[in-house]
Design a protein around this ligand. Structure first.
Ligand code: NOJ
Length: 814
């Protein structure tokens, strides 16, 4: 490929300049079309006839690896059907450090192990369906405030000089934030997106230590790094620091301005040798690698292009709608990407995501024979949003929540609201039902509650991505309080009805202290954003057609002060610093360390049946070694790509072949670029930069996902689960490990396995966990390696992070 052809792959052609949210340039000579990058993690964004799948958080609540893999496949199939080449998901960061973090609902809960296993299952699923997955956001994007200069003009934003810096210690980086990225790299993920934030005071997308060393060297990532949209802040530095693709092409906040760090300037930097051509070859190889490395993914032909436009719902429109340029052409083919199987997967996952937090005296499932003949469904969050199912990017919150807002939102083809689904079930059972949707004028609700045998109060709380504010929640939530007067609604209803079931439809933890212990609050469900299926899942659980099996993928605290706060004001500084002071003590690990009793702990979730767990078995498969073996040397390069030494005149805009579209980014030089080529002095590479390949891998590295010994199973752990109740149901067994403190103190418990099993009444079955080398390792920052400490490891097979069923030990000697 010529220099301009390679550059064309690295640089987005500009916001709105192609059908997808990100479009690379094409290489017509080789039949490579512009590659389409489209959100996102929960389904295909900005189009019609697609499924709105349960969110990452909902997937995590199910603790069901197999189902999440199927969800990944379904999401992959729908992207494929729409002509997307590269799907911008899964989200495995944020890690859920902050309860109010706006985008926690996109990823898989507040634990690195959970995020890693579920991220990898999703990547496998998407890529097996022929679409490249992009894991995001690397790394530390734990809040939306201050993620980009110029995003907002309220409050402190006008003084903001740089994005917030996530300051992460080396141990927490390895054991928490980078951990799931190792899983997805091991699973063969094609792309990784670097985030908006800085990491230890260097922008993530130009952080050589993060991209070149941690990701590419230590984790052995061989795919491409793409910037988040506008997260690139330099040309040469980002290129040398390991960024391979910039999106959407132009600099942040100058959409359509045609100003880019790369494109023509990357071409110039190659010609004047500021950037070694080898680096460009590496970028292009990395971008194309996923299309050759996996049998399931083929490089698209010129015909295999998107059949939709992100920018209009109409069938026909101008070719470049944002640029107001070009002929009227067909933009949308309205291809139906949905299928019965995808619906089944979505609905099943939604059911399994519902978490039963409280069920006093077994008032649930609803039973007419228990005297529930009159139902009231109260709360606007149970009904239709008056703005419809599809506010742009799902920023409407005045009804049943299907998702948070932002780029991970998907258009709903329809929505089953809680009211609709509950009404249907009530009718079928001869139960009478009334509704009340006013959350402020509560007299009528009180009147209705007086007559109800049971009131189901549906309440919500939402958040989303930082470019949208809802009611002054700038992406992140301002608090963990229920929205729309939810607390008062519950309190007032409890004064009038003795059986109140609260359904919390929310993006994360909410404070329940005002009402959770009230005698009349007989049951509480937590329902994360579950896409279009939300109401169906709620009703099936309420009426006992489905036995709840969801588990909380985060902790709900009793006191707000137990959560990590959002950094939302600048104080005297202009470059906000966010020190991740919790270190490796994330979520339940913090509560356990300080023996703080949460309201509901990580992993908690009740069932309508009773399970017993017995017969713990721990079997050594491979003997544990304290230190990792040295990885093999890298293979010598079998081929080096010849540098293109053509005349810069060859890279001039081919005016005889085409006219430039205003605002579109091209790789070509303009004559003034050529003139400046001659002026450029010899450029010194940044200190420490070495274009030559090293021949020794770091001890922690050497293979995809890091040193291959890390992935060896050392122990197989199993236990027997028996369903002793009268209802069939799923059981989630969780394995927590307590490490010895020979070298360094560790959290009292860390999740290191989970398994879900479905059992009929009186049936028993085995749950199994593979404990890998990495699962017993700590990151030793001094020696820069993973070490298995000698000593006693306690293994807890548990029903939640606090409820241990079985306990065993592993002794590792020197
Ligand atoms: C910004 C978001 O942070 C990212 O997750 C998304 O993929 C891009 N925008 C593209 O929409």
């Amino acid at each position: 490929m010529s220099i301009t052809e390679k550059v064309n792959l690295t640089t987005g052609s500009g916001w709105g300049s192609g059908p997808c949210v990100g479009n690379t340039g094409s290489v017509p000579r080789l039949g490579i079309p512009a590659l389409c990058l489209q959100d996102g993690p929960n389904g295909v964004r900005f189009t019609d006839f697609v499924t709105h799948f349960p969110s990452g958080l909902a997937a995590a609540s199910s603790f069901n690896k197999e189902l999440i893999y199927k969800r990944g496949k379904a999401i992959g199939r729908e992207h494929k059907a729409k002509g997307v080449h590269i799907a911008l998901g899964p989200s495995i960061g944020p890690m859920g450090l902050k309860a109010k973090g706006g985008r926690n609902w996109e990823s898989f809960g507040s634990d690195p192990y959970l995020q890693g296993v579920l991220g990898a299952a999703t990547v496998k699923g998407i890529q097996e369906e022929g679409v490249v997955a992009v894991a995001k956001h690397l790394v530390g994007n734990e809040q939306e405030h201050f993620r980009q200069v110029g995003e907002w003009d309220h409050g402190d934003y006008d003084r903001l000089d740089s994005s917030i810096s996530a300051n992460i210690g080396d141990r927490a980086m390895h054991e928490v934030y980078l951990w799931p990225f190792a899983d997805v790299v091991k699973a063969g993920v094609g792309g990784v997106m670097c985030g908006y934030n800085m990491v230890n005071n260097t922008y993530a997308c130009e952080n050589s230590y993060l991209l070149n060393y941690l990701l590419k060297e230590e984790l052995g990532f061989q795919g491409f790094v793409v910037s988040d949209w506008g997260a690139q802040h330099s040309g040469v530095t980002s290129a040398l620091s390991g960024l391979d693709m910039t999106m959407p092409g132009e600099v942040f906040d100058d959409w359509l301005g045609g100003k880019a760090y790369w494109g023509p300037l990357l071409t110039r930097a190659i010609y004047n040798q500021t950037i070694p051509q080898e680096r460009l070859n590496d970028m292009a190889s990395r971008i194309l690698a996923p299309f050759f490395a996996m049998k399931s993914i083929q490089l698209p032909s010129e015909e295999e292009i998107p059949n939709f436009s992100s920018w209009t719902h109409h069938t026909y429109g101008q070719q470049f709608p944002y640029q107001h340029y070009g002929a009227i052409v067909q933009q949308n083919w309205h291809v139906d990407a949905r299928s019965e199987i995808n619906d089944e997967i979505g609905l099943e996952l939604a059911r399994q995501a519902v978490v039963l937090l409280k069920n006093k005296n077994r008032h649930l499932p609803i039973n007419k024979d228990d005297g529930v003949r009159r139902l009231l469904v109260a709360g606007l969050a149970g009904g239709n949003d008056p703005n419809g199912f599809n506010c742009r990017d799902q920023k409407c919150t005045d009804g049943t929540l299907t998702s948070g807002w932002g780029s991970a939102a998907v258009n709903n083809p329809w929505v089953i609201t809680a009211q609709e689904a509950i009404s249907k079930k009530a009718r079928e059972r001869g139960i009478t039902l009334d509704i009340s949707e006013d959350n402020w004028d509560l007299e009528r609700t009180e009147e209705l509650a007086d007559f109800a045998d049971m009131t189901i109060v549906v309440v919500n709380s939402a958040s989303g991505e930082g470019y949208i504010d809802v009611d002054c929640n700038y992406g992140d939530r301002n608090n963990v309080t229920l929205w729309h007067n939810g607390d008062e609604l519950i309190e007032r209803v409890t004064c009038h009805c003795k059986r109140v079931v609260v359904v919390v439809n929310a993006v994360g933890p909410v404070n329940m202290e005002k009402w959770i212990e009230h005698d009349h609050v007989v049951a509480v469900l937590f329902v994360p954003p579950t896409g279009q299926f939300v109401g169906a899942a709620i009703a099936e659980v309420l009426f006992g057609e489905v036995n709840p099996s969801g588990k909380l993928p985060f902790t709900i605290a009793r006191k707000n002060s137990h959560y990590v706060d959002i950094r939302d004001s600048l104080g005297d500084c202009v470059d906000p610093q966010d020190n991740f002071e919790r270190g490796v003590y994330l979520d339940y690990r913090f509560f356990e360390k300080h023996t703080i009793r949460p309201r509901f702990e990580f992993g908690h979730g009740l069932s309508y049946t009773k399970f017993s767990v017995s017969d713990l078995d721990i079997c050594e498969i491979n003997p544990p070694a304290e230190y990792l073996p040295c990885p093999p040397d890298y293979l010598p390069l079998s081929k080096t790509i010849q540098d293109d030494v053509c005349d810069p005149e060859d890279a001039l805009f081919p005016h005889d072949e085409m006219d430039p579209v205003p605002g579109v980014i091209y790789p070509y030089l303009y004559s003034e670029n050529i003139r400046s080529l001659e002026d450029d002095d010899c450029y010194d590479y940044p200190k420490g930069y070495d274009p030559d390949q090293k021949c020794e891998a770091p001890l922690a590295g050497g293979a995809s996902g890091g040193n291959s010994a890390l992935w060896e199973t050392l122990y197989k752990v199993s236990a027997k689960v028996t369903n002793e109740g009268s209802m069939a149901g799923n059981y989630v067994a969780q394995l927590y490990i307590e490490f010895p403190s020979t070298i360094v103190a560790s959290p009292p418990k860390v999740l290191r396995g989970f398994d879900k099993i479905f059992l009929q009444p009186n049936e028993c079955g085995d749950v199994e966990f593979d404990v890998k080398h990495r699962d017993l390792s700590i990151w030793d920052a001094d020696s820069q390696q993973w070490i298995i400490q000698t000593g006693t490891y306690k293994l807890y097979v548990s029903t939640s992070s606090r409820k241990v069923e079985l306990c065993g030990e592993i002794e590792i000697g020197c």
